[in-house]
Design a protein around this ligand. Structure first.
Ligand code: C5P
Length: 232
C-alpha cells in the first residue's frame, strides 16, 4: 500500500454513510470507520463497505488487558479490514498480544497501528491527569518505539510529528496523520493542522481527512483536491 488519503466517515448511521459514498460513483476511496459508526451500525457496516470495494481503516483504539485485546483482535481479523489500531499506553505486552490475536491461521493480518498520545492531550493534561512528567514529544517517540518493538506497523500521530517518528523508528514505520486542513479552509476544533501538501513534504504515509471532505459542498471535488495535493 502506498500513500493514500483516508476519509474519516464520522457518520451516525449506515444510511448516512451510504448516501455519502454513493456520491463517489465509480471511485472507491479508502475510508475510516470509527467508534461512532461502528457502535451505531455494527460489524455489518464494515462487511458492506468492504463488499463495495473500499479499503477500510477500522479505528476502534483498543485498550484493555492483553488477553481481552488478543481475543477482540481475533474477532476483528475476520472482518477483513486493511488497517486497525490500539492505544500504545496498553503496554508492549498488550500490543504483542494484539498482533497474536490479529494474525490469521494463514499468517496474514491487517496492518496494526498504535495511537501514541491523543492530539487532544496536551503537556498540561498529561502531567496533571496522567502524572507523566516528561516532554510530550519524548513520550510520543517512546510510545512509537514501543509499538515498533512489539512488531506493529506504525502510529497515528500529528502531521507535525511524522518526520520525527520516521527519524526515530525508520522510514518504513508508517505514520497516519489526522488534523489535515486546506490552506483556505476552516480549522474547526483541530489545533495543530497541516495542508495535504505539507503532510506530503513532511513524509506522512496516509492522511486522515474528515470534515474538509464530508462537510464540503462538493465532497468528491474536495477528496480529489486532497489526492492531487498529497498523492500525485
Ligand atoms: O473532521 P476531521 O478531519 O477533524 O477528522 C479527523 C478524524 O481523525 C476524526 O475521525 C478524528 O476522530 C480522528 N483523529 C484525530 N486526531 C487523533 C486521532 C484521530 O483527529 N489524534
Amino acid at each position: 500500500m502506498g500513500k493514500d488519503v483516508i476519509i474519516a466517515c464520522d457518520f451516525s448511521s449506515a444510511e448516512a454513510v451510504y448516501n455519502f459514498l454513493d456520491k463517489f460513483e465509480g471511485k472507491k476511496p479508502f475510508v475510516k470507520i470509527g467508534m461512532e459508526l461502528f457502535y451505531a451500525a455494527g460489524p455489518e457496516i464494515v462487511r458492506e463497505i468492504k463488499k463495495r470495494g473500499h479499503k477500510i481503516f477500522l479505528d476502534l483504539k483498543l485498550h484493555d488487558i492483553p488477553n481481552t485485546v488478543k481475543k477482540a483482535m481475533s474477532v476483528l481479523s475476520s472482518l477483513d479490514v486493511d488497517i486497525t489500531n490500539l492505544h500504545a499506553a496498553g503496554t508492549v505486552k498488550m500490543m504483542q498480544a494484539a498482533i497474536e490475536g490479529l494474525t490469521r491461521p494463514d499468517g496474514s493480518r491487517p496492518l496494526l497501528i498504535a495511537v501514541t498520545q491523543l492530539t487532544s492531550t496536551d503537556q498540561e493534561s498529561m502531567e496533571n491527569d496522567l502524572l507523566i512528567n516528561k516532554p510530550i514529544d519524548e513520550v510520543v517517540m517512546h510510545y512509537a518505539q514501543n509499538a515498533k518493538k512489539a512488531g506493529l506497523d506504525g502510529v497515528v500521530c500529528s502531521p507535525l510529528e511524522a518526520g520525527k517518528v520516521h527519524d526515530t523508528c525508520g522510514k518504513e514505520f508508517l505514520t497516519i496523520t489526522p488534523g489535515v486542513r486546506f490552506a483556505d479552509g476552516d480549522v474547526g476544533d483541530q489545533k495543530r493542522v497541516m495542508t495535504p501538501e505539507q503532510a506530503k513534504i513532511i513524509g506522512s504515509d496516509y492522511i486522515v481527512v474528515g470534515r474538509p471532505i464530508t462537510a464540503a459542498d462538493d465532497p468528491v471535488a474536495a477528496y480529489e483536491r486532497c489526492v492531487k495535493e498529497f498523492v500525485d
